[in-house]
Design a protein. Sequence first.
Lengths: 114, 113
Amino acid sequence: AQKVTQAQTEISVVEKEDVTLDCVYETRDTTYYLFWYKQPPSGELVFLIRRNSFDEQNEISGRYSWNFQKSTSSFNFTITASQVVDSAVYFCALRPDSNYQLIWGAGTKLIIKP
Amino acid sequence: EAGVTQFPSHSVIEKGQTVTLRCDPISGHDNLYWYRRVMGKEIKFLLHFVKESKQDESGMPNNRFLAERTGGTYSTLKVQPAELEDSGVYFCASSQTEMSEQYFGPGTRLTVT
C-alpha cells in the first residue's frame, strides 16, 4: 500500500514554542520522495522541502528542520520558536518512484497563538 | 517568474451544468498535474500531462471529467455534467521534469449546488 498518515489533525501552541508535525508513510517502492507543503489561509500550496529515500540526513532551513528516519518510516517536521505567521495547514506527501503522482496525508492544522 | 495560475478562483454552478477550469503552468514546465480535495478528504491525484500527452490519468473519477492540454501550454479541466460530489478545491501543479518538485497554483474552489 502507498499511504501517508498525519495523525495530528490540529495542533495549537503559543508563539515561540517549538512544535513537531508528524508524518508516517508506507510504500512498497525502494526509491521514493517525501515532501512537505504549507497551505496558508490564502489557500495555495507552498513547497517546503523534498527528500529522497537515499538521503537520511536531517535538514535545517532557518527555524524549520526535518527528521527523516527510514527505520520508522517517518519524516517529521519541526518548527523552532514558532511565529503567528507559521499558522497554516501542513501537508506531508509521498511520491513513489513507480509513478509521478503525489500521495497526500490529511494535513495538520497548526495554530500559533500570540 | 510567474507561478502557476488558475482560473477562476471560485465557481458556483448548479448540478447538471458544465464548468471549465483553467491552469497556466510555470513557463517552461513540461509536466502539469491536476489534483483535487473534496470536503473532508485528502488531496487526490487526478492526472498528469507531459507536454500535450496524458501520461497518467488513473485518478480521473469518471468520464464526466475531461482534461486537455492542447499545444502543451495551459490545461483545462471540464466537468460535464457536474454533480454535488464534485464540489471541492481543484489544484493544478507543474514541474520542470517528472522528477523535480511540483509547484502548485492557488486552486479553484468549485461549489455544485
